[in-house]
Design a protein around this ligand. Structure first.
Ligand SMILES: [Zn+2]
Length: 508
């Protein structure tokens, strides 16, 4: 099955065919680094991660460029308020964004660029537009003349009947259905950062940044450009106008846009108290993998209704898949094989692939995997599963996880790396009543009194040691001590699951 995607430009599903063989050039609008992105932003970034993983899965060689908008109305306003230079102010939020990306398992684009590192290229493109009659200077700024570009409105299907030639707007974002000449270059206002250039002193408008940075690294015509639906107009419409007016060539072949995220059925807003950054959710104890799963689980062109119930279900779904994989690898099966079961695993893999080829239908891709897990668990329970059947199922799981990336439990390490969980030592308080052999042992473990511990304060290695010790005392028949260790771990937020395959632990 061919990979089909919904192209906003044509307004329909189209088969994806790159311009050059199996090379794909893709540009995604990165964040404006003036604050912490909210989970609605991350919905779009997770969609783009799924897209890039799927392109690679399908064998394409990918060159993915993402910009960081580090100069615009918002970054200038906030850096002034903070009393910092634009560079220093935005550096903080670039760092936070990169940490968030790692937490959510987002792959790095091949090229990440700061807008302010391409000012010279922006000036050159603006000069070309002026020379060609698509742009004009006024009071130190330069504007794009919308009426001069006859294909304006092709992406957003905006109604141009009300267009007023010469009506200008300086702000980067403006109302829908209001086509106006927009600023390519802005004369400096009092106290604003500016660059001395052949255009005069000033700074670029937001839209020109993306035209320049995408064409700089991907060429004048490239394959995919994507962002959230709120970028269709004016941002992407203006990018097309600037780029095509300057080059006379088609700018982008496929435009992909992710729908909005809503929270508990309502638009996310600070005044409603339902506005969440990724950090807010991690601070409340939610796991990055569960957040990634939830954001990925709804196909990108549908509204995603974000709820805490949904987040809990996402965690349970991940646990189900991990438990299934654990069972496959640890349980002993009779030798031989069951051809029908292996066919089942391969059919699930094809169903997952077909769903992804169908405009990245992640909901169906998940459905295909869970149906397989259910059937395989039933077969195992009935004793129909054979040792040689393992590989087919593990292979399907592995392929699925190349896209969804939640099967490995990396949450704890990442949360610790980025400071969401403190080092164990900071929690340790040696309790006065920890005395005698047990106290000595607790002290030797460096843990202090276990009953005072939280899950976060025990490292994976420390938990493993306790679990191993408990296995040992059980083997010796000391069940009272084994129970005590279980209770202590439970108080520390660690749950033990005993089965004939051994003991697994997880954090609450
Ligand atoms: Zn952009």
């Amino acid at each position: 099955m061919a990979f089909r995607i919904y192209n906003t430009l044509g307004g329909r599903l189209e088969e994806f065919k790159p311009l050059h063989d199996n090379q794909v050039g893709m540009y995604t609008c990165g964040p404006t680094v003036y604050d912490f992105p909210h989970i609605g932003n991350y919905r779009t970034f997770v969609f783009q991660d799924i897209l890039r993983r799927w392109l690679k899965y399908r064998g394409y060689r990918l060159r993915h460029v993402m910009n960081l908008t580090d100069v615009d109305d918002n970054t200038i306003r906030n850096s002034k308020a903070a009393g910092l230079s634009l560079r220093d102010y935005t550096a903080k939020y670039i760092g936070a964004f990169q940490a968030d990306r790692q937490l959510l398992g987002l792959e790095d684009p091949e090229i990440v660029v700061r807008a302010t590192d391409s000012i010279d290229d922006m000036v050159k493109l603006i000069q070309t537009l002026v020379e060609k009659g698509y742009a004009y200077a006024s009071e130190g700024s330069v504007y794009f003349r919308v009426a001069a570009f006859k294909n304006y409105g092709q992406l957003s299907k905006i109604d141009l009947s009300g267009i007023r030639d010469g009506a200008r707007i300086d702000s980067d974002k403006y109302d829908k259905n209001d086509a106006r000449d927009f600023a390519l270059w802005k004369a400096p206002k009092e106290g604003e950062p500016f660059w001395e250039t052949p255009l005069g002193p000033g700074r670029p408008g937001w839209h020109i940044e993306c035209s320049v940075m995408s064409m700089k690294y991907l060429g004048e015509t490239f394959d995919i450009h994507s962002g959230g639906v709120d970028l269709i107009f004016p941002h992407h419409e203006n990018e097309i106008a600037q780029s095509e007016a300057a080059t006379g060539k088609p700018f982008v072949r496929y435009w992909l846009h992710a729908e909005h995220l809503i929270v508990n059925g309502e638009k996310m807003s600070k005044s409603l108290g339902n506005f969440y950054t990724l950090r807010d959710l991690l601070g409340q104890g939610y796991k990055p993998s569960a957040i990634r799963y939830l954001l990925a689980s709804v196909p990108y062109r549908r509204h995603l209704n974000f709820t805490f119930d949904g987040l809990h279900q996402a965690q349970q779904s991940i646990d189900r898949l991990r438990n299934f994989r654990f069972r496959l690898t640890q349980e002993s099966f009779s030798p031989g094989e069951n051809a029908a079961l292996q066919d089942r695993a391969r059919a699930a893999c094809r169903a997952f692939e077909d769903a992804m080829d169908d405009n990245l239908n992640t909901a169906e891709a998940l459905g295909a995997i869970f149906a397989m897990v259910r059937d395989a668990n039933t077969a195992i329970d009935r004793g129909e599963f054979r040792a040689n059947d393992r590989t087919a199922f593990l292979e399907t799981l592995e392929r699925w996880d190349r896209i969804f990336a939640v099967l490995e439990d990396t949450d704890y390490g990442k949360l610790r790396q980025f400071g969401f969980i403190k080092e164990a030592r900071e929690f340790v308080k040696l309790d006065a009543d920890v005395s005698g052999p047990e106290g000595a042992e607790a002290r030797a473990m460096g843990n202090g009194h276990r009953s005072g511990l939280q899950a976060e304060s025990l490292t994976d290695e420390e938990i493993e040691r306790w679990v191993a010790e408990r296995d040992e005392v059980r083997r010796q028949g000391n069940f009272a001590r084994a129970d005590e260790i279980r209770r202590n771990l439970q108080k520390a937020g660690v749950i033990l699951e005993d089965s004939k395959l051994g003991t697994r632990w997880k954090r609450k």
